[in-house]
Design a protein around this ligand. Sequence first.
Ligand code: PMP
Length: 284
Amino acid sequence: RIAYVNGAYSSVLTPAIRIEDRGYQFADGVYEVLKVSGGGVRHIDRHLDRLGRSLAALGMRWPMGRGPLTQVVRRTVALNSLRDALVYIQVTRGVAARNHLFDANLKPSLVVTVRSLKLPSARERDEGVKVVTMPDERWTHCHIKSISLLPNSLARQRAADEGAREAWLVDRDGFVTEGSSSNAYIVDEEGRLVTRPLGQEILGGITRSLLLEAAEAEGIEFVERGFTVAEAQAAREAFLTSTSAGVLPVSTVDDRVIANGRPGSITRRLTDRLQRLELASDDG
Ligand code: PMP
């Protein structure tokens, strides 16, 4: 596998990161994960917009212009000759002798890697997945796509240890924020799609924005509000979204089966519509 690291393309195995990169010592950086399907990078503009917002929120500079970065992403994808893949872009504040204080003029470090995409299995799509809930122990700036992912990683591991595909994180008031690496949705009694509004408690998923557009196009009513675990357990349907998983039906929440345990009709319609939107977004 070939990676782009600070100006050069080389094997991902080549040591290329400095010990005193602030990404390594302080998790001082941001990232993006993009989907490649059929050799084309999907929704690159939306991802670069979000990268810009993450950088701005942390007072970081762009490592290079958007145009050159787009070229680097496309070149890295091409060098790996993968048709269905995930692109990982990481920008850190840069290299400096370890100190909590930082200089505004550091040169950001940029890494772009690509790996093959393991899509959810047919079984996961047909039968849905288990999620377990746990307290959201993250900081108060979850709208920033920061590489500081230890709470997310610990939550996901705990979920896996309990036999679940994802952890749904719950705020102090009992409302689900999002998954450890996905956004969370239910369909309520009236058949309305429900998902938490954008804010500092969740990441504004690219798939979330596409999904709400798909709902609009399908004429499915949606409401952006928080929902509790009990509400999710009593919901007609539940699902999660992310760039890597797409739309994934949720069949159980903390061992309570959702409806009849099968993916619901709204989940299916949104999945199909999203697929069509993706094919239409021919970023090349
Ligand atoms: N929330 C969190 C915390 C995430 O890490 C991710 C995936 N990166 C998402 C939501 C989903 O975002 P997207 O649809 O852009 O992949």
